[in-house]
Design a protein around this ligand. Structure first.
Ligand code: ZN
Length: 296
C-alpha cells in the first residue's frame, strides 16, 4: 500500500529514488536536477510548487517555499549535461536584457522593447530552451519522438513539427512561472468568430526578462494577439552561429502570464493533467537579479 510520502515521490518533476524514463532520450534511470532557466540567468531564488487538489472548487495548493531556483527532475545525467552545454549562450542573452527585468511594473502593456546590440548564439539558445521543454513535459518525447532524437543527437539543423512553434517575449513583472503542458483561455475575451482567446502550450517558461512558449500554432491565437515572436527558425541554425541580437530581432513584445494580472487572473481558466504537468512559481525572480547586480 502506498503512503502519501510514496505518492509524493512519484509526482513527475520531483526527486525520486526510483528509476524513471528520461524526458529526452527515453532511457530508464535516475533523473537528475535540471534548472529551468539555468541558474546563471538568476534562477537561484525561492520557489513554490503547485498542485491541483481534489475539492469541489478544484483549487490549487502550493507546497512549502524553498530556496534553490526553479528546477525539475525530468532528465537523466547525460541529457542534463547536454542541457548545461547550452547554458552559457542562454545566460549571455538573458543578462543582456536584465535592465528590462528591473523595469518591473512600470513598462506599458503592449509596448515593444528594442533589442540591444549584443552578440548571441540563437541556435544554442533555442536548443537549450527546447531541451528544457522535454524536462518539463514527460509526454513530449512520446508526442514528438523525432524532435527528441534530433535534439539528443545534436543534429545541425532542427525543424519543429507541423503546427508547433517556439515563441519568445520579454517577461513583464517580478514573478516567474514554469510549467509543463497547459491549455488556458480568457473567459471574458473571444475572437471575432466567437471562439475563446486561448493558448495550448507543451511547456512554458516565464522568467524575467525572458518568456518562452513551445506551443500549438493553431490552438494559440492569444500568442498571435499578444504579438509573441516565433523564433522556431533559430533551430535551423548551427549551434555555433553568432548573430547580432538587434539585427536578428529588432524588437520584442512585453508579455505577462494572464494569471499574474490583477484584472486578467479572475477571468483566466486553465486545463491540465495533474499527473503529467507541474507548475512552479517564484515571487522573487527580479529581486534575485537585482541582488546579483548589486541593487538593494
Ligand atoms: Zn536522457
Amino acid at each position: 500500500m502506498s503512503t502519501p510520502r510514496d505518492r509524493r515521490r512519484q509526482i513527475v518533476g520531483r526527486y525520486s529514488n526510483r528509476e524513471r524514463q528520461c524526458g529526452l532520450c527515453g532511457r530508464l534511470g535516475f533523473l537528475t536536477r535540471t534548472h529551468v532557466p539555468p541558474q546563471c540567468a538568476g534562477n537561484t531564488g525561492s520557489v513554490k510548487r503547485f498542485q491541483l487538489v481534489s475539492d469541489p472548487q478544484n483549487m490549487m495548493e502550493s507546497g512549502r517555499e524553498r530556496i534553490g531556483g526553479i528546477h525539475f527532475f525530468g532528465l537523466c545525467r547525460a541529457c542534463n549535461g547536454l542541457q548545461s552545454k547550452w547554458d552559457p549562450a542562454y545566460c549571455t542573452f538573458a543578462k543582456s536584457l536584465w535592465p528590462f527585468a528591473l523595469a518591473g511594473k512600470i513598462v506599458i502593456p503592449s509596448a515593444r522593447c528594442e533589442m540591444p546590440s549584443e552578440r548571441i548564439q540563437p541556435g544554442a539558445i533555442a536548443r537549450g530552451v527546447m531541451v528544457s521543454c522535454f524536462a518539463l513535459n514527460p509526454n513530449l518525447r512520446t508526442t514528438f519522438p523525432n524532435l527528441a532524437d534530433e535534439l539528443h543527437s545534436e543534429v545541425g539543423s532542427i525543424r519543429l513539427p507541423h503546427d508547433t512553434a517556439l515563441y519568445i517575449g520579454v517577461a513583464r513583472g517580478p514573478q516567474a512561472l514554469v510549467t509543463g503542458s497547459i491549455s488556458g483561455f480568457h473567459m471574458n475575451q473571444h475572437l471575432a468568430n466567437g471562439s475563446p482567446l486561448e493558448t495550448m502550450c507543451f511547456a512554458q517558461i516565464f522568467f524575467p526578462p525572458l518568456a518562452w512558449q513551445f506551443a500549438s500554432v493553431s490552438l494559440s491565437p492569444l500568442l498571435e494577439k499578444e504579438v509573441w515572436t516565433d523564433v522556431s527558425a533559430w533551430l535551423l541554425r548551427d549551434s555555433k552561429d553568432i548573430e547580432n541580437l538587434s539585427g536578428l530581432l529588432p524588437a520584442l513584445p512585453f508579455v505577462s502570464h494572464p494569471s499574474f494580472g490583477v484584472d486578467s487572473a479572475a477571468f483566466w481558466s486553465e486545463v491540465f493533467h495533474n499527473d503529467s504537468c507541474f507548475i512552479v512559481k517564484s515571487d522573487d525572480a527580479v529581486l534575485t537579479i537585482r541582488a546579483k547586480l548589486g541593487y538593494q
